[in-house]
Design a protein around this ligand. Structure first.
Ligand code: NI
Length: 401
């Protein structure tokens, strides 16, 4: 049986995506979204698994005769952005928008559920479907793990739509594919004084200004030219008046890295620069880290499986550049190996733009890819290969993906 979504299924998935798009909910508040997913799965006869989640849900297909467990994940939350697409199914909620395409991911995973349900009797194991809340706040994956839903999972797969890849392609790479997204907040404590008498105080503004400049040397002087990192200060605030040197300055921002070693070194240097500059100016400073997810790092074995699955679903495999955005799918990969891929959606705008949109022609492809990844992984894990390996066959023929 083919994994391709037929016309009625394609139409159904587009309806689902548009319904979600028109009714977006913020991270941790996905109550209606969860209820809608539950109902769509119920209509297909998919069993809902019992894991304690406030929003989001876990469902399962197969496993009637035991066997390995593989997981497929979609994130379901939206962003605090005012939509400007002008689409007929644009958000009905002011200031809330599916501007990262998680509506697309959710519809794709429901599509995969339908395709897998049709083959349930022949599944050599269980496919666990993770409809994850609160990805945008990097909180949901931890909640799903906490609920126990990753227990027993031998491999986990997920995807993100990718505007700069054409429809019909899947971007797969071994190693890092998305960045660690650390947030920082620094508080500089000085001593306030009259602006005309600076020698009576300790100026937190001059201190912070030197910190901002010195922090920019971390990437150029402490990170190898063969590695990469970003240090961005995005907000700086101090003072209330033109003739008063304030007590405090605060600034915050983000660090992006693709390697745990580089991540640790950049964070170490960050604190050293902040503490050292504060000491030089006689002020004190505190760095607070708001923990974002670690980098998303694909394992070679399961990246190969993902490539095979993509080809079986009729999609072209390309090797994308890693994205400096963060993704809490990284936390699943600490629990079980797996692969996170990009699926081409021909977008005109980047993620989180108020006019962000996806090409819905990619929706049945995303569903087919996810179903195919689960089938491929279950077949490999149960030692029953689903057929000749198109990647290996091509490699033998001397061509490369
Ligand atoms: Ni996203």
């Amino acid at each position: 049986m083919s994994l391709t979504a037929d016309r009625p299924l394609e139409r159904h998935l587009i309806d689902i995506r548009r319904h979600l798009h028109a009714n977006p909910e913020l991270s941790g508040e996905e109550y209606e979204t969860t209820a809608a997913i539950r109902e769509w799965l119920r209509q297909e006869g998919v069993r809902i698994a019992d894991y304690p989640l406030k929003t989001g849900l876990v469902a399962e297909i197969g496993g009637l005769l035991g066997g390995p467990v593989v997981a497929l994940r979609a994130d379901i939350d939206a962003l605090p952005i005012q939509e400007e697409t002008g689409l007929p199914f644009a958000s009905r909620r002011p200031g809330v928008m599916h501007a990262c395409g998680h509506d697309f991911h959710t519809a794709a995973l429901i599509g995969a559920a339908v395709l897998l349900k049709r083959r349930e009797a022949e599944l050599p194991g269980t496919v666990r479907l993770l409809f994850q809340p609160a990805e945008e706040k990097a909180k949901g994956a931890a909640q799903v793990i906490e609920s126990g839903a990753l227990e027993g999972v031998a491999a986990v797969f997920g995807l993100h739509n990718k505007p700069d890849l054409p429809v019909g392609t899947v971007g797969i790479r071994t190693g890092p594919i998305m960045a660690a997204a650390d947030g920082f907040a620094v508080e500089v404590d000085g001593k306030g004084t009259h602006a005309a008498v600076p020698e009576a105080g300790l100026d937190p503004l001059v201190t912070a200004a030197h910190m901002l400049t010195a922090l920019q040397s971390i990437v150029s002087r402490n990170v190898s030219s063969l590695d990469s990192a970003v240090v961005s200060v995005t907000r700086l605030s101090a003072g209330t008046s033109w003739n008063v040197i304030p007590e405090k300055a605060i600034f915050d921002g983000t660090i992006r890295t693709f390697d745990e070693g580089v991540r640790a070194e950049v964070r170490r240097r960050f604190e050293q620069v902040v503490d050292g500059v504060a000491a030089a100016f006689g002020t004190t400073a505190r760095t607070r880290w708001t923990g974002g997810p670690p980098p998303v790092v694909n394992d070679a074995r399961w990246a190969r499986t993902a490539a095979k699955a993509a080809e079986r679903a009729g999609l072209a495999v390309v090797e994308p550049k890693p994205s400096p955005a963060g993704e809490d799918f990284a936390l699943y990969l600490k629990e079980a190996p797996g692969a996170f891929v990009f699926l081409g959606t021909n977008g005109l705008r980047e993620w989180h733009h108020p006019a962000f949109d996806v090409d819905e022609a990619a929706l049945p492809q995303a569903a087919a890819y996810l179903a195919s990844a689960a089938l491929e992984a279950l077949a490999e894990l149960s030692g029953d290969d689903a057929g000749p390996d198109p990647v290996a066959a091509r490699a033998e023929a001397g061509t490369r993906p």
